[in-house]
Design a protein around this ligand. Sequence first.
Ligand code: HEC
Ligand code: HEC
Length: 359
Amino acid sequence: MLHTLRKVLKVMGAVLTVSVSVSAAGPHASIPARAPAPAANPITPAKIELGKKLYFDPRLSVDGTVSCNSCHNLMSGGEDNLPVSVGVRGQKGGRSAPTVWNAAFMSVQFWDGRAASLEDQAKGPLTNPIEMGMKDHAAVIKVVSEIPEYNDEFAAAFSGEKNPVNIDNLAKAIATFERTLVTPNSRFDQYLGGNEGALTPVERHGYELVQSVGCVSCHSGVNFSGPTLPEGTGFYQKFPTYETNSYVKQYRLKDDVGRFAVTKNLSDRHKWRVPTWRNIALTAPYFHNGSVTSLDEAVRVMAKTQLDRDLREEEVAAIVVFMRSLTGEFPKIDLPRLPATPGFSVSTKAVGVGAKKRL
Ligand code: HEC
Ligand code: HEC
């Protein structure tokens, strides 16, 4: 009896030691080199290649001018650095584009978490009237199926299927490509891996501050976007939590009702998915409406609206310096050679931002 009790205490002691040492290092973990994939959509080289082409292909938009890459530019931080994005016919949406880098580690997609997976998400922009503007998914599939090389690539990527060119497979291919968009080995990851010197003393001070001030009660985990949850389950928090400060009006932080628009539950008013801090130095402007242009101001706003704290300028600076250490290694992305539309010559010029002509 006593023996068992001692054993239990010993186990509890071990658990305690473990949890103490975890919190000393911070509630964070390194970015794995590969993102996990759901059982229904395993990663294969054929799917990655196909998904990459589709990602860069402006023919998936109604007037042939906008691709996923137009708003999520992989040659930079995976977004457009605009307050709100510009879609077909120069139209503007209401929210800022989040980065696609490491989006594979988010358990739900979009600021309000309305897509349960990358597969779900990829179907949205194609028919969004102000993004890519296609009439419906059938119209997208018609365009793709008229390009012979795409037919071959869908058949190879989804071999054994009778009609492989369909919207679900298109979304699966794009999602698979997105699962390769991982930026490992930031200096912070090196530090977590045991290399103390990977962070400067000021950066380490910044890391201590985000823990002692309370940022990490929300910004924890691999992506600093909360605990690891099953795909489809979001980690939502109210923003702004403290509303009587001047930032709320200045940056229009209550104009958008957030998750309430998805669920219609009053308790979801102004709830938002906690976003990532990975590569945050590259993804200005900040917040769902892109209203804050600098990282130091975003830190001040967060401290005040979420924790009711006025940070000293020295503290803001240390936190920002720490956040810069979260910029990871970006794999080199070569522009894909897009399959030709019959009767047209191929050009890779039209895949970038501002491409004007149908290929
Ligand atoms: C016109 C600009 C535009 C285009 C084109 C566009 N997106 Fe987006 N994307 C956005 C905006 C804006 C959001 C955020 C919308 C929201 O949360 O309500 C977003 C959100 C996302 C997210 C969620 C990331 C996260 O962390 O929640 C992913 C992934 C994504 N887009 C991938 C794609 C893919 C794949 C395509 C092409 C099929 C695409 N986007 C086309 C602007 C665009
Ligand atoms: C109570 C939860 C919570 C706390 C505490 C918190 N945050 Fe946030 N943070 C959020 C949410 C939710 C958002 C998304 C806001 C939005 O919808 O624009 C966010 C957004 C951000 C952004 C902008 C991300 C982007 O891509 O635009 C930064 C930067 C940030 N937080 C830093 C901090 C810092 C630094 C602290 C501590 C001083 C902190 N946060 C404390 C929940 C929190």
